[in-house]
Design a protein around this ligand. Structure first.
Ligand SMILES: [Zn+2]
Length: 311
């Protein structure tokens, strides 16, 4: 009952806030300006972009996250309040192809205020492995959208986000560009650690739950074998499991990776089948319980070094 009451209050507060903003005429921000008390209002669709927006926006912006911490973002549904927020925000930072509901909302309500990270970097085609989506979820892209798992692509996106914010809010341009440069420096350091850490390994094949790690594999010359396709909730068929088990045996895979927000059941079954261990690889699609994008990627590096026998 308490939970329900709290939810109701939250919903009411949100409705009242929206009503006030819409009905305030001259006093409040006009729809579409996305300014909140002199700060630019940014809506971030999922965690990696929230992290970039908060770091680069700094004190000059107010960032609203559409995906709550610990929630798997692919199948996110938007509430009417969130859609109203998208109508009024200054910038929606998202990756087209990850969250169909967000793609649609931007197209309908914020076409001139969308910042699509996937459009800014060289994308990779969908992985051949596990592309079948048995749940019938539509991915209306021809590319793999998980661009944030390559720190160098993240750095390119950071620079462009700094530029975009500087153009939208020239009074604070230096702050945006300086913070973007600091973010790029951190991502470049991370990339160096990952390049060195994964340069000499006894195996280069990674078996992952869903095919999220194509960009990481591309950057560090690993080979991803995704058990399911792009949708982490999809159940692999027995035929697909048998196929992955065969490839994993051939490649002498020691570790089957599961991920933070998805049941490890499939990874456990497969690891028993081929006599391998399981470990966690975080696709950083949601805010880590502890730490941030950089620390989650460093944990991934550590897990990969162990699994692949890197010196
Ligand atoms: Zn994913």
């Amino acid at each position: 009952m308490h939970v329900r009451t709290a939810r109701l209050l939250t919903a009411l507060t949100a409705v009242l806030t929206v009503t006030t903003a819409c009905g305030s005429g001259q006093a409040g921000p006009a729809p579409g300006t996305g300014a909140q008390g002199g700060r630019t209002d940014i809506t971030a669709a999922m965690y990696p972009l929230q992290w970039l927006a908060e770091r680069i926006g700094g004190p000059d912006t107010a960032v609203t996250a559409l995906t709550k911490p610990g929630v798997e973002p692919h199948d996110l549904e938007l509430s009417p309040v969130q859609i109203a927020g998208i109508e009024r925000t200054g910038l929606v930072v998202y990756v087209k192809g990850v969250q169909p509901a967000v793609d649609e909302a931007v197209e309908q309500h914020a076409a001139d205020r969308g910042f699509d990270a996937a459009a800014l970097v060289k994308t990779l085609p969908l992985s051949d492995d596990g592309e079948e989506d048995e749940e019938g979820h539509a991915h209306d892209t021809s590319y793999d959208p998980h661009v944030w798992l390559d720190p160098t692509r993240m750095a390119a996106i950071a620079t462009k986000l700094g530029d975009r914010l500087a153009e939208a809010d020239p009074a604070h341009a230096k702050g945006y560009r300086d913070r973007a440069a600091a973010t790029v420096a951190d991502l470049t350091t991370l990339d160096g650690e990952m390049s060195r850490g994964l340069s000499t390994c006894s195996s280069r094949a990674i078996v992952t739950s869903h095919a999220a790690f194509g960009y990481l594999a591309d950057r560090y010359k690993l080979r991803q074998i995704g058990i399911t396709g792009l949708d982490p909730e999809a159940e692999p068929s027995p035929a697909r499991l048998a196929e992955v088990a065969n490839v994993a045996k051939q490649e002498k895979v020691t570790t089957i990776f599961s991920e933070t927000l998805v049941s490890p059941k499939v990874a456990e079954v497969l690891s028993r089948e081929i006599g391998a261990r399981t470990a966690v690889l975080d696709p950083v699609e949601s805010q880590p319980a502890n730490g941030d994008y950089l620390s989650a990627m460093r944990q991934n590096l550590s897990a990969l070094k162990t699994a692949l026998g890197c010196s």
